[in-house]
Design a protein around this ligand. Structure first.
Ligand code: 5AD
Length: 345
């Protein structure tokens, strides 16, 4: 297995068969080996700098019905909210003062936020904070809408592909969502010039070594600037309520493989990783991640953006606790910087 990890490290690619072999035969020793190499690659490209992003979860309304997600349309127990433009701008102000230079606007696919409304919001934020990067994470939209967001000044766009295997995609999402359309959106975003993020959950129902091999091959082909990888965590009000959560070890290993395959990628140690283990995010950074995304949403809505059970939102992952986060990162030899934290070409 070490040979395959070395090959990935040196050539940044593996064949489908090699990925399958690696994913089905790994053990503790190979995992630690990959994670150590990935940490070195991260160090070589980004040094000891960890980038922070202020995450603003601005709407919990969603038209989709993804089986895994607590915000799915059919979850009538979910508490829905929508922030006003004023709320959002005041989150940005608070974040700016705390040292954030990237804001991520994330929300469900909420019909209220038309392309025009969102583009207006983007323009407003970029005018107010010209030295900040703005990331959107608002799902599948038309090319015209994506173009309007780009023209308004948005810099980055997160849209996880969730799985690159058609059959698995159907296990996770009912129609009309389709893998084909998701991939089309990602290619459009790249074409328009966005720093684009794809990614997947670890241990989602139906995931196998085969589906994961497809994920890695797809990521290689797309060559995204960002990759979001976090464990699946069950939510009590979804059809996947009794499915097992993804594990820490699997998540750290896949983070490491992505760092080896896409050395320059912006790779967050996700909130979900911090939710399944108290030191999850530190371990993520030590396995190749280089981004953390503290929660910058107003306290009054944080408990309502429940993608999965137990989602942390008021501990050290909260934006107002960035000082604690800074200290935690220093204990592992990293430093949080006041910087847009763009992809290094
Ligand atoms: N567990 C972990 N991650 C989840 N997401 C949605 N639901 C869950 C869950 N139950 C992730 C999806 C989505 C991102 C915003 O949150 O991958 O892309």
């Amino acid at each position: 297995m070490k040979e395959l990890i070395d090959k990935l490290h040196h050539t940044q690619e593996l064949t489908r068969e090699e990925f399958l072999t690696l994913l089905s035969n790994r053990n503790t020793e190979t995992d630690l080996y990959a994670r150590r190499l990935a940490r070195g690659v991260r160090q070589k490209i980004y040094g000891d700098q960890v980038y922070i992003r202020g995450l603003i979860e601005f709407t919990s309304y969603c038209r989709n019905d993804c089986y895994y997600c607590g915000l799915r349309r059919s979850n009538h127990a979910a508490q829905r909210y929508r922030l006003t433009e004023e709320d959002i701008l005041s989150c940005c102000q608070q974040g700016y003062e705390l040292g954030f230079r990237t804001f991520v606007l994330q929300g469900g696919e909420d019909g209220y936020f038309t392309g025009e409304r969102l583009a207006g919001l983007v323009r407003h934020i970029k005018k107010q904070y010209p030295d900040c990067a703005l990331t959107l994470s608002v799902g599948e939209r038309t090319e015209e809408e994506y173009r309007a967001f780009w023209k308004a000044g948005a810099d980055r766009y997160l849209l996880r592909h969730e799985t690159a295997d058609e059959t698995h995609y159907r296990i996770l999402h009912p129609e009309p969502l389709s893998l084909q359309h998701r991939k089309d959106c990602l290619r459009t975003l790249k074409k328009l010039g966005f720093q684009t993020g794809a990614g997947f959950m670890v241990g989602s129902p139906g995931q196998t070594a085969e589906t994961l091999a497809e994920d890695f091959l797809f990521l290689k082909e797309l060559d995204p600037e960002m990759v979001g990888i976090g464990p699946f965590i069950s939510h009590k009000d979804t059809p996947f309520r009794s499915r097992e959560d993804g594990t820490l070890e699997d998540t750290l290993f896949y983070l490491a493989l992505v760092r080896l395959m896409l050395p320059r990628a912006l790779l967050p140690a996700t909130t979900a990783l911090g939710t399944i283990a108290p030191d999850g995010r530190e371990l993520g950074i030590l396995s190749g991640a280089n981004v953390v995304m503290p929660n910058l949403s107003p306290l009054s809505v944080r408990k309502k953006y429940m993608l999965y059970d137990g989602k942390i939102s008021t501990g050290d992952e909260a934006a107002e606790c960035v000082e604690q986060l800074r200290k935690r990162m220093e204990t592992i030899g990293c430093c949080i910087v006041t910087d847009r934290g763009d992809y290094k070409k």
